[in-house]
Design a protein around this ligand. Sequence first.
Ligand SMILES: [Zn+2]
Length: 363
Amino acid sequence: MANPESSVWFGKSVAPGSSVNVELQITESYSGRDISIPIRVIRGIDSGPSVFVTGALHGDELNGTGAIRSLIADPEFVLQRGTVIMVPVLNVLGFERHSRYLPDRRDLNRCFPGNASGSMATRMAKVIFDAIVRECDFGIDLHTAAVRRTNYPNIRTDFKNTECMRIAQAFGAGVILDGKGPKGSFRREATAVGCPTVVVEGGEVWKVEPSVVDCMTRGIVNVLKELDMMDGEPEIPDNQVRIRTTKWVRAERGGFLDLHVGPGSTVVTGQPMATNSSLVHEDQNRLEAPFDGIVIGMSTLPAVQPGEPVFHLGKLSSSKTAARVERNTQADDMQRMAQEHLSTNVQVVDPVGDVESAETPED
Ligand SMILES: [Zn+2]
């Protein structure tokens, strides 16, 4: 274990069975003040692994912040073994400006493991990486879709890494996507130095959405149970679907979209996903599903130009699999509620009449 019996975290002593609020200084302001990240360290009575849970690495992505804060405030959240490092807002400088990025417009999530003599962003990344990642055995990094989009709750991890898969499956998001993550991303670089880390995606920026928070808090507790840090069995939905291929379905025409599917909807090849028309409802074309799949992310902005991404579709092996995924979603309260709640943020209507397909003919 990275930090098996440590009682000192971020310079403060943390007794077994206690929780302590600490600060990790990451940089200094123009006026020379310390800028630090508020962190809650929760220690179980007995020894065990150390796990970090981070929110708002992109400073406008607040569902993870909401999930972490609700666990911190929950009297029933009791850790028996090991240590949990709760970081409600990792990118405090972005958070202060309601922004995904740092003030120098860098993406902190491409700057790990950092550099002590590099840019402001890579120096901050180095402090975070050394103080948190190198002291932990596992990590959970909570995100949302980028601005003007929403994500159906899903977990992203490297299928080839068995420890990453272990915590991804225990999390129980229902949908697990394959991939190591971009170079310099927190989870990729953390996993590379022996701290298996997964990314959780759910909902939109600038909100704390109750159904997403429920999925995230259940998942965090599930992982802690899987690692024997909390008592009890994880609540894992049956038949989680693993997805290796995804594709953005893009607008072919400029116009306004009537959406026919919502976040978490399953589709079969050729199914109408959106109808594109002018503002006075003419010149329609239609976006159709290029394969059997599940909508893992989508635009919430109905006005589009050619080439703009509309649906992020995860590929399923067959229409039978799509039907099974739909049944499993309905059977799991958390996923069903997420599908219902997230769909209320976009107008979903049935397709009308026959229109030209938006698919570009092949050469
Ligand atoms: Zn993000």
